[in-house]
Structure formats: C-alpha cells, structure tokens
Design a protein. Sequence first.
Length: 597
Amino acid sequence: EGLADARRSLLDVRDALHLATGRATDRLALQEQDQVAGELGLLDADALLRQVYEAARVIAYAGDVTWREVGRVLRSRAVRPRLRALMGGGRPAAERSPLAEGVVEQDGEVVLARAARPERDPVLPLRAAAAAAQAGLPLSLHAVRRMAATVRPLPAPWPAEAREQLVTLLGSGRPTVDVWEALEAEGLITRLLPDWERVRCRPQRNAVHLWTVDRHLIETAVRASELARRVSRPDLLLVAALLHDIGKGWPGDHSLAGEIIAKDVATRIGFDRADVAVLSALVRHHLLLIETATRRDLDDPATVRAVAEAVGTPGTLELLHALTEADALATGPAAWSAWRGSLVADLVGRVRAVLAGDVPDEPEPAAPTAEQERLAVEAHRTGGPVLALRAQTEPVPDEERSGDPEPLGVELLIAVPDQPGVLPAVAGVLAVHRLTVRTAELRALRLPDGVDDEGTVLLLNWRVAAEYGSLPQATRLRADLVRALDGSLDIAGRLAERDAAYPRRRGWTAPPPRVTVAPAASHHATVIEVRAQDAPGLLHRIGTALEKAGVRVRSMHVSTLGSNAVDAFYVTTGAQAPLPGPDAASLAGVLEETLRG
C-alpha cells in the first residue's frame, strides 16, 4: 500500500510538472517548484520537495529490501534443502549467531532471537540497530515491523542502556545510514525522537548541501565517527552531530532554536546536567568556528577572546572542532577544504591558548573506602587476588517507583598484591568471560598502618556487564585470574580463537587508533591517552604492551562510550618517576603500532 501511494504521488507531481511547463519533462527545476506546488494545492515548494523525497525514500527502501532478499535467496546454501522441504523433505534449520541480547544474525541479516519479546523490552529496537550497524549487516524487514508493531515506548529519561545503544549506533560509520533508514521507514525513529519529524525529508535551501536535513544529520554522525579519536567524549560528539541542525524548520535562527530542542532531547535520553549543557552549547555554536575562521581577523585579540568566552572550556572546544569538520564534510565538497581546515585549526589553537589559563589543578586522589581497605588487607594476607561483585542500578525517579531500577552493570573490585602483569591478566580474564568493561580505575594502595609499612596492593575498580547472558561467578573469575597471573591460562590464545570465530564486519573500516602523550597533565607520571575502537581483549593488548615496555601503570582511567574506548594510563619508570620526553613519545608510537596490528 505504501509503495503504491508513493508511486501515485510521484505521478501526480509529474502530471503537475507537465501542466506547469507545457512540456513532457521529468526534471523538476528550481524555478518551476512553486508553480508545481500550486498545481497540487501544496503550501510551497518545500512541501512539494518533501512529498517527492518521502515517496522516493519509500520506493528506494522497498527496492533495497526486495533485491536484498532476492540476492540472499540466490546466494544461500540452503536453497536446495528448501526445495527438498517443499517436496516433502525435512525443514532445514537456519544457522543463527548471537549478536546481542535478543538479537541474532541469520542468513546475512539481523533478526530477533526466538526468545525476544519486544513488548517487554523497549530498548530492543536500539539494541538491534546498534548490533546490525556494528556487524555491517541489514536489519530484516520482519524484525523492524515486529518491533514497530509491539514495542513499548521508552520511559523518560531513557535507561542508560538505551542511551549507550544509540551512541553505539551513531558511532558505527557508514552502515549506520541503512540501519537508521530501516527504522525510519517503519516509524520507529520519530517514536524514539519525536522532534525528528520536523526535519524528516526536509529540503535544504542551500546549493552547498547534498542531502535533506535528516540525511545530513546522519551523514554528520557518520563523519563524526571517523573523528572519534580526536575527542575525549565521542558520545557527546556523536549526539551533537545528530542534533546540530534539529532547529531547522522552526522560525528564526536554527542554531538558537536547536539549542532549546537539543537541551530537551538530551535530557529526555538521560544525559546529566553537565552533559546537557555541553550538548546544547555545541548545537548553538556549531557554526561558530567555521564562520569566525573564514569571516574574521584571527590576529585581532578580541576575535579569539569572543570565541573563548562562547566555548568556555577546552573540552567543549575539542568537541566543537570535530563537529565543525564533520558537519562541513557531510554538507558537500564545497563546504570543506584544506584551506578552510587550516583556518579553523589556527583559530582553535589560539582559543586553546586563551583557555589554558583556566585549567584546574590536578585533583587529589580519593581516600580508600573501608571495603577497599578490607580487600587490600585480605589480598596481602593471602598473597592472591581478592574479588568482590556488587550490582549497580540507576535510581528510579519518584514518579516511576513502580518500575524496576535500571541495571548499570556490576561493580567489580579486585585487590592484588603489587606484581608485574596484573593489568593484562585482569583485562584478559574479563575478555575471556565476555565481560564488557564500561569504566575502570587502577591505583596502588598502601596498606593501613600496622599491617605492612612498606607493602602496596593494586586496587582495580571496574564496572562491567555481560555481552549477553548472565555474569560468571566471582569464584570462577578468581580461579581464572590466579591462573592468568601464574601463566597457566593462555589468554592470548583463547582470545585469538574467539576472534577467529567472530563474523567479520562488513561495510565499514573503523578509524585507526590514536595514542598520544598528554603534555603537563601530571607532575608525578606520564599520561598516555589511547582512543580506539572498543573490541574484545583491547585492554589486555594495551596492558601487555605496557608491560613489555617496562613501565609501571600508576593509575588508569578507562571508559567505553558507545563503540569507542577512551583510556588514560598514568605510567612511570621503575623508580616511579615520569618518563623522559623521548621515551614517552617512543612508548606512544609502539603502543599505537601494536593496536594497529
């Protein structure tokens, strides 16, 4: 029915075009759009183009789905068994590979697991979409339609998993486009983000733009995913890319209108107040750098001061720089060039220098809790690792007390006597057990007075979640950690076997990892920053490389934002001093080369 309506809509436009021009032409030129809109009784040319784009999108999606199904059937090894089944033989069982909770791959498509219940799982559409985009596979039409027909609306604010799955979807590169359009075709996008309806299929009245507003926003997210290593908060970059033009279609400056909408959307999807403020500022100022760099005198101190006052912080400046480039690249070839990029980079460097004077002092480390001290003492007494698992949940708002709290994963506390190889061993054991690390901290803890005046224990505080299924028992984790520390557990071999069995991702190559030295970030250690695509065993590989380099990890701060890992390692020499500059640069180069291999 939708396909027939789309066909009739395009035929109506063509008939009106023939009447308006008096010619049998199928080209809808700019100068004829208002007249054709009038012939059809539409408000203006924008309404006409939106009607055309909507119809074209329906037809294109139907064609993609149809030919994908034809190709799948022709390529399938199960064609002959299916024919035998039609003639009375047994029904063949299709192979199904799990991708996420409730989501599997079957015959080159992402489908719902047999046990999936969309009516009970409002996060399922985002989880399925993220899994499909990460795997470079299409979402099956049946799965999308089933979710559209039965899934419950997400609560406001969104649960943490929904927000993380959205970020993962947006950070998946080129496959994001097809997956997003599959959700949009069945109305799921506007149900998730009601403000999307106003920009959906909205034409751009600017010759520089190649895409409609909504497609431009997705293209910007794709471009932003390629720049994720340049920022410390790729999740904010990706969401800002999705929302930066959300104010188009409203009266007045779309940046100011978008700031208001972005604040509301970011709050609804569960960002905290500080992140909401950053996102709304990014939307408001998403044209600030390119317009200032190309239209103002950068040698005028007032120009740089004005930008610094608008941006406020180095972190926001970093995000705005990447968003500016992603936006321009997604606009069209005329919007970005090496010259424009150099102007923006020059401006960013000047603004960063102005903001440098406001960098706060390095905070003092927090005192250990009673539980952490207890674990440290027990680890020292037993000579082996001690583990504690504690479930974490988000507090439920007062108006939603009847619902279940949102699981954040499990807090895993590990205390181990200070010894070489702890970081790669712990990270490897978690990877072997298919535990995703969301955040992690490592630090050396001196034992309390009266226990051992000289001894130290490494304390690791992790937030982890199972990729799918249930969490392993703490006793099993501890047993494997003991084996990993004494060398009897071949972590590298186990991870290599698992990686070989994983389906290769198609359609997109992740941007390469980036390893840098943060200058003057600490007086006590050298800070190595790693930005890479999250993958099973990533922390194990990093820890092993640092161990081979002969450096000590004084502390680390690991976070996984969508599909991006953003990690900082505070490393020292054996004498617990910062690395000399050349040694730090060499270590960063070796680590980056290791992660590229």
